[in-house]
Design a protein around this ligand. Structure first.
Ligand SMILES: [Zn+2]
Length: 539
C-alpha cells in the first residue's frame, strides 16, 4: 500500500472483507466533488436521465407505491373492569389504530400478513392504571414478530448479509424495509435473547464439562476475539477485545468440572482439572515427524503414544466415555511415561517432544478418570465452525457491539442445533427458554397420529420402548443398542446409537434414566425391587 494521503489506511492483512470501494476522501474538496459525480445513482438520475429514451425506460421499471392490502382487521375488545384493582369505572380514550406488517408462516409457505388493530386505551379511575386491550401483543415499531424472527433466522442461521436480506424480503413480500431496519431488529432481538444466553452460560458453568476455544475477528479495522464455551447440550459465544484469560475466568467463574481446550497457555490459568485436545497433540507430533523424517527417536515416541491412544479409543468405541472402563488405561499411561523417562533421547526434537509430554502430564489423560469427558476438543471446534461461516459474511464491516449481538443470537441458534431443534421454529415461538421449548415439542411429538418423526426414527424408538417394556429394571445403553441392532438389522449401528442416545429427550414422559447410561420405562419407576427380580429371570 502506498503512503498516499488519499488512501484510507487499513490493515490489509487483517481486513479481507472490507469493500474495495472505500469512501474516497481528499484534502482537496474538488476531488471529492468529482468523485461524487461518478457514483452510479448520480449518473443514472442526473446524467443519463437527460436522455429522453432512458427516462421513459426508467419510469416504466419503477413500481408505483401502492397501499398494501390489509389481510385482517382486528377490533380489540373493550374493557369493562380493571384487571389490576377490579374497579368498574374506566375512562376510554379515543379510538386508535395500529398497522402491523408481518409474515404468515405456514408449514410450506410464507406470505405477507398485514393486520390492522382498532383499539382504545383506558384509564382506571379507581387505581389510576393505564390499560390496554388484551389483543395488544404488538411491539414498538411497525413490524410483527414473525417477520423479525424470519430476518434473524436469515442473517444468523443462514449467514445472509443484512443488506441482501433487506432486498430479499422487500422484493418477495412487497415491503419497504429501510436498509438500517434489519440491524435494528437484530439489536432488539439480541437484547431479548441475552437472557437466554445467560441461562445457557449458567447451565454450562454448573455442569461437569466445558469445551473452550477462541478465534480472532476484525471489526472495522480492529482485532477482537470470539470465545466459545460448550458441552454436549449448550453452546455460548462471547466477544472480547483481548485474547487474555481474564474474559474466560470471569465468564466461567465457579466452574468445577473439567475444561477441555487446546494448548493455548491462557487456558492453563483456569483453576480446574484440564484435558488438552489429543487430536491437536497428534497433529503437532505428525507435523514434527514430517519436518524430521529421519529422526528415529521422535518416530519411536510418536509410535508409542499412537499405540497407547489407539487402545484407549478402541475402549471408548466399545464402551463409551465411561470412567469404569477407562480407568484401566491409567496403568498403560504410567507405563508410557516410565518408558519415555527412561529413554536417552539424543535428538533435539525428541527431547523437546519428551519435554512437552512431561509438562502436560497432568492434562493429557484426565479424561480417563471421569465419565463423559472427551479426549479431544472437537465439540468446541464444531461450534467455532458455525461462527466462522458467519465471520466470512460480517468481518470488517461490523462493529464490536454488532458482533456481540450476532453472538447472542448465534448462541441461541447453535444450541437449538445441538438439541436437534428447528431454529426458525424456536424463534417464531417467542419462547426464551430453549429447554422449555424442547419439552413442549416432545409432548406434541409423543402424541400418536400427530407425529412428524421419520420412519427410521419411529421404528427405532418403538422397538426400544418394546425392549424396555420387557426389561422393567431398565437396560444399559450398550446392551440396548446391541438388542436393537439384532432386531433391526437393516438400520446402521451408528443411527441406532444416535437415536438411542436421544430416547429420553424424545420421550421424556415414557422413558427416564435412573442412573447414567441406564434407560428405564417411566411406568416401572414405582416397583423397582420386584422388577429387578423379574429382569433377572427374564435374561
Ligand atoms: Zn384499577
Amino acid at each position: 500500500m502506498s503512503g498516499d494521503a488519499n488512501e484510507v489506511c487499513v490493515h490489509s492483512e487483517d481486513v479481507q472483507n472490507v469493500s474495495r470501494w472505500r469512501k474516497f476522501t481528499s484534502s482537496l474538496p474538488v476531488l471529492e466533488e468529482i468523485n461524487k459525480t461518478a457514483h452510479w445513482d448520480y449518473q443514472r438520475d442526473r446524467v443519463y436521465a437527460r436522455n429522453s429514451d432512458w427516462r421513459g425506460r426508467s419510469n416504466a421499471s419503477r413500481t408505483a407505491a401502492v397501499r398494501p392490502r390489509i389481510n385482517r382487521e382486528v377490533l380489540c375488545s373493550t374493557l369493562s373492569r380493571c384487571p389490576q384493582c377490579g374497579g368498574k369505572k374506566l375512562k376510554a380514550g379515543p379510538e386508535q389504530s395500529k398497522i402491523v406488517y408481518d409474515l404468515h408462516i405456514g408449514k410450506t409457505s410464507v406470505k405477507r400478513w398485514i393486520v390492522k388493530y382498532l383499539f382504545h386505551n383506558y384509564d382506571c379511575l379507581r387505581c389510576g392504571a393505564e390499560l390496554s386491550p388484551p389483543e395488544r401483543t404488538w411491539r414498538r415499531g411497525k413490524y410483527g414478530w414473525n417477520l423479525i424472527a424470519f430476518l434473524i433466522y436469515e442473517i444468523v442461521e443462514l449467514c445472509v448479509p443484512q443488506r441482501v436480506t433487506t432486498r430479499h424480503v422487500n422484493r418477495l413480500f412487497g415491503l419497504t424495509l429501510p436498509r438500517s431496519s434489519v440491524g435494528e431488529q437484530k439489536r432488539a432481538a439480541a437484547r431479548l435473547y441475552e437472557e437466554t444466553r445467560q441461562t445457557l452460560l449458567r447451565r454450562i458453568v454448573e455442569g461437569t464439562l466445558v469445551h473452550a476455544d477462541e478465534t480472532p475477528i476484525v471489526t472495522q479495522g480492529k482485532r477482537g476475539y470470539v470465545w466459545v464455551f460448550c458441552n454436549f447440550d449448550d453452546v455460548v459465544y462471547f466477544y472480547s477485545e483481548s485474547r487474555e484469560a481474564e474474559t474466560m475466568r470471569t465468564l466461567l467463574k465457579g466452574f468445577k468440572g473439567v475444561l477441555v481446550s487446546d494448548f493455548y497457555p491462557a487456558y492453563d490459568s483456569m483453576d480446574c482439572p484440564q484435558q488438552k485436545c489429543l487430536i491437536h497433540l497428534m497433529r503437532d507430533l505428525n507435523d514434527d515427524m514430517l519436518k524430521n523424517p529421519y529422526d528415529d527417536e521422535l518416530r519411536q515416541i510418536v509410535q508409542q503414544f499412537g499405540d497407547l491412544l489407539k487402545q484407549i479409543v478402541d475402549t471408548i468405541d466399545r464402551r463409551g466415555l465411561k470412567k469404569y472402563f477407562l480407568n484401566k488405561h491409567l496403568r498403560d499411561v504410567k507405563r508410557f511415561y516410565r518408558w519415555l523417562f527412561s529413554g536417552q533421547w539424543q535428538s533435539e526434537v525428541a527431547a523437546k517432544c519428551k519435554q512437552r509430554f512431561e509438562k502436560n502430564r497432568e492434562k493429557l489423560f484426565t479424561f480417563l478418570g471421569y465419565d463423559g469427558v472427551p479426549w479431544n476438543n472437537n465439540n468446541a471446534e464444531h461450534a467455532m465452525k458455525a461462527f466462522a461461516a458467519l465471520r466470512d459474511v460480517i468481518e470488517g464491516t461490523t462493529t464490536a457491539s454488532g458482533v456481540e449481538e450476532y453472538l447472542v443470537l448465534l448462541s441461541v441458534s447453535e444450541t437449538c442445533r445441538y438439541k436437534d431443534l428447528d431454529v426458525l421454529e424456536f424463534f417464531l415461538s417467542r419462547e426464551k427458554d430453549i429447554d422449555a421449548f424442547l419439552r413442549s415439542r416432545a409432548r406434541t411429538r409423543a402424541q400418536p397420529g400427530r407425529s412428524n418423526e421419520k420412519p427410521t426414527q419411529v421404528r427405532i424408538v418403538q422397538t426400544a420402548l418394546e425392549i424396555l417394556a420387557a426389561h422393567p429394571a431398565g437396560m444399559g445403553f450398550t446392551s440396548l443398542v446391541e438388542r436393537l441392532h439384532g432386531l433391526l438389522p437393516n438400520e446402521s449401528e451408528n443411527t441406532i446409537r444416535i437415536y438411542t442416545a436421544k430416547l429420553r429427550a424424545w420421550r421424556p414422559q415414557e422413558v427416564y434414566k435412573p442412573a447414567r447410561g441406564i434407560f428405564r420405562l417411566a411406568r416401572f419407576r414405582e416397583t423397582e425391587a420386584t422388577d429387578v427380580e423379574t429382569n433377572r429371570t427374564a435374561t
